[in-house]
Ligand binder design. Structure first.
Ligand SMILES: *Cc1c(COP(=O)(O)O)cnc(C)c1O
Length: 422
């Protein structure tokens, strides 16, 4: 069956979409500005807009220091518990703190110390570069006792599953991967790889930055040890909002946070001079949280809980399949390649398209065509599908505008070097 490239067909799909009303819960000032980058920075929920006024004017301005006892102090656990419900974890297994990079550092160092005698960290070259940098820093700090093994993907799209399995052995301390990889959107089978790692005695740390709020994740069912993730992407938490970390309950008291600050102290207002880690996950807190941006995570998480991840996943897959069908019919003949998996079961919620003129096409899309995607070197135009607010019409229009850029050679107006943020 060939896909209809008719806009009326896209509008019919929107009319039938049971998630469509969630779009009205977000600030959308310009219906013709197509946002395909909710996988990098989620849109602003209206609820966050009113909460931000309350937070600053009321909670900070009027309540002052009393607000710490009126919800601020417990926010890392309260919001963590809500995130837990999106990723198959218990309420006391997730806490919000710091950035994803910093949480990776804390968990990786804790895991490596716990796994004394094992010297290898296993990952792949599809992982987010910051994750690899953090692991390099952790190795340096632990006196270079560990080796980082970065297993390459054969095609830059699919994770090297068999090679990873083959490299797991009694030397492996930690396997750490992005569950959904940032460029191609490939998604690992969490349960299968976790089980393989456990068989070798290794711990597993999953980076859920591109998975949380976009695909169903079941950490408990996979018996996952550790996880981290981002809140400003599919959770719509706002730019630079703090991240979360997960530690399986039976490991919580056996791991030590290397960044030992007072927020992780057992009796922090005792002001004892000796560090005593708190029981439970609070031991993985370090300093005072950024209360305003921490609090603003909650409305986005509530929206996802209300919509239900299964329903959103079903829409996301219908939309990414629609996009891939349109690519095949309209864009492949113009030199665009598909740089994401075609199989639904291993595809996250974004689709990457490659093109020899990828960067210039991306710039034309943003500046002339009123579509906001993002770009990942060397030639990936990344199109993020966020089922809470992406419409079929958005997808249809994105494809038409990509086509026009190439057919009319609009990209030729742009230089070949990249701006700072792509
Ligand atoms: C977005 C993302 C991060 C972000 O890390 P920060 O510390 O917030 O900069 C980390 N890992 C992955 C896989 C990501 O996609």
């Amino acid at each position: 069956m060939t896909v209809s490239n008719d806009i009326a067909y896209a509008e019919e799909l929107d009319a039938q979409d049971s998630c469509a009303h969630f779009r009205g819960r977000f600030l959308i000032e310009d219906e013709d500005l197509i946002y395909m980058d909710g996988n990098s920075l989620g849109r602003l929920p209206y609820e966050s807009l009113s909460l931000s006024n309350d937070l600053v004017r009321q909670q900070w301005g009027s309540r002052l220091i009393r607000s710490w006892n009126e919800g601020w102090f417990t926010a890392p656990e309260r919001i963590g518990a809500k995130i837990a419900s999106l990723i198959g974890a218990q309420p006391d297994e997730v806490i919000v703190a710091d950035s994803t990079s910093v949480n990776l550092f804390k968990l990786a160092v804790a895991a490596l110390r716990f796994q004394a005698g094992r010297t290898q960290i296993l990952t792949d070259d599809l992982n987010f570069p910051s994750d690899l940098y953090i692991l390099q820093g952790a190795i340096d700090m632990l006196d270079k006792q560990h080796q980082l093994r970065v297993i390459p993907s054969a095609d830059g799209i699919y994770g090297p599953v068999e090679e990873l399995r083959a490299r797991l052995n009694e030397q492996t301390a930690l396997l750490t991967l992005s569950h959904t990889v940032f460029k191609s959107g490939y998604m690992y089978d969490m349960a299968a790889l976790t089980e393989a790692a456990h068989t070798a005695g290794a711990l597993v740390l999953w980076d859920l930055s591109h998975s949380v709020g976009s695909v169903p994740v079941d950490l408990n069912a996979a018996n996952a040890d550790l996880a981290i993730g981002c809140t400003y992407k599919y959770l719509n938490g706002g730019p630079g909002a703090p991240a979360f970390l997960y530690i399986r309950r039976d490991l919580q008291e056996r791991l030590i946070n290397p960044l030992t600050g007072w927020m992780g102290q057992q009796n922090l207002f005792g002001f004892d001079l000796k560090y005593e880690p708190a029981t439970g996950l609070r031991r993985f807190l370090t300093g005072t949280p950024p209360v305003v941006s921490l609090s603003l995570i909650e409305p986005g998480v509530d929206l996802l809980r209300e919509a239900g991840i299964e329903q959103l996943r079903a829409k996301s897959l219908r939309q990414s399949s629609y996009l891939i069908d349109l690519w095949k019919a309209e864009l492949e003949p113009l030199g665009f390649t598909l740089k994401s998996p075609r199989e639904q079961e291993c595809r996250g919620s974004h689709v990457s398209l490659g093109h020899a003129e990828g960067l210039r096409i991306d710039l034309a899309l943003i500046n002339d065509m009123r579509v906001l995607p993002d770009f990942r070197a060397p030639d990936n135009i990344r199109l993020g599908i966020t089922p809470l607010y992406t419409t079929y019409r958005d997808i249809h229009q994105t494809v038409q505008r990509l086509k026009q850029i190439v057919v009319e050679r609009i990209y030729e107006r742009y230089p070949t070097e990249a701006p700072i943020v792509t």
